[in-house]
Design a protein around this ligand. Structure first.
Ligand code: ADP
Ligand code: MG
Length: 290
């Protein structure tokens, strides 16, 4: 049977919105050196709104949004909801898509009215040597906006900038971890300038940006290889391998089923401050045992 103090901590943790799925790893939470946070949906709300549309010559703002929204309807990425909602709010109709595919960490692709349409990241544009208004792109990114590019038949139609909301509690959590001597790290697939902008808002110690989904676990391994005991906090499908690789995998409650099933601890309230509560609870619980 579980020692009494552990049983008590289970009911305390449930009240605090912490679902502990792996006791041994929860115990290790009292000795963490670093906590890695996914950006979108963890440090931020993951609720995007369109702020700017920059069409090229023969396109209009509306035309670019409609093309993008048609294929984003099929995507579960937070960027997708932002584009679809903003398009609907303008009263624009959204067409049908076929042959939908996602390009992990880089965007999506589909067929709209017989036309191949993509919505992609700056990294995709650069690796395909597609040209765009670099100056405008950098200006938007420096404002902390995530920029995606809309392509029709592999030709640029325009760019769409979206803004997310940084959680107040993210800043508090980073400060509380720092007070405990724990290093905070951001891990994101988003552009470096956007990542740095969010990092500044929450005063995070270290940033890994433009990381592809299949590289996230590798980044966590590197932190471990530097001799540090590390937790990973995330919400997405793309985060599951990183959650497994970390000494402690923490899933944010509003996230995907895959993240929930992989995590050692689930934060029901999606509050980054609960990472701090969980460390405190681990310390209290296991200090009494030894
Ligand atoms: P993260 O979850 O860290 O923000 P992802 O790996 O999910 O990163 O995505 C990385 C980048 O890929 C996004 O910033 C965006 O540029 C692009 N991307 C991913 N999914 C979509 C989508 N549905 N529509 C447009 N761009 C996307
Ligand atoms: Mg993600």
């Amino acid at each position: 049977a579980a020692p009494l103090v552990v049983a008590v901590s289970t009911s305390i943790s449930a009240k605090q919105g912490l679902l502990i799925r792996n006791r041994a790893d929860f115990e290790g939470a009292r000795n963490l050196d670093a906590v890695v946070f996914d950006k979108t949906g963890t440090l931020t709300l993951g609720k995007f709104g369109v702020t700017d549309v920059v069409p090229i010559e023969n396109y209009t703002d509306e035309g670019v949004l409609q093309l993008a929204a048609a294929i984003e309807q099929n995507s579960e990425h937070p960027i997708a909801a932002g584009i679809v909602n903003s398009t609907k709010e303008k009263g624009l109709t959204i067409g049908k898509v076929s042959d939908f595919e996602s390009i992990p960490g880089k965007g999506i692709q589909g067929n709209v009215n017989g036309q191949k349409v993509n919505v992609v990241s700056p990294g995709y544009m650069d690796s395909h040597e597609l040209r765009y208004n670099q100056e405008r792109f950098e200006q938007l990114s420096e404002e902390g906006k995530t920029v995606v590019f809309v392509l029709a038949e592999d030709q640029l139609a325009g760019m769409i900038a979206l803004a997310d909301i940084v959680r107040d509690s993210a800043k508090e959590a980073v400060a509380a971890l720092k007070a405990k001597g724990i290093h905070s790290i951001m891990l994101t697939g988003d552009n470096r300038k956007v990542a740095n902008w969010v990092a500044k808002q929450v005063a995070i110690d270290e940033v890994y940006a433009e990381v592809l989904p299949n590289e996230k676990a590798h980044q966590i391994q590197q932190v471990k290889d530097s001799g540090r005991r590390v937790a990973m906090t995330g919400d997405g499908v793309n985060d599951a391998p990183a959650l497994t690789t970390a000494d402690l995998g923490i899933a944010i409650g509003a996230g995907t089923d895959v993240a929930m099933e992989t995590a050692d601890v689930v934060l029901v309230r999606s509050d980054p401050n609960d990472v701090v509560s969980l460390i405190d609870l681990s310390k209290k619980t296991y200090r009494k045992l030894v």
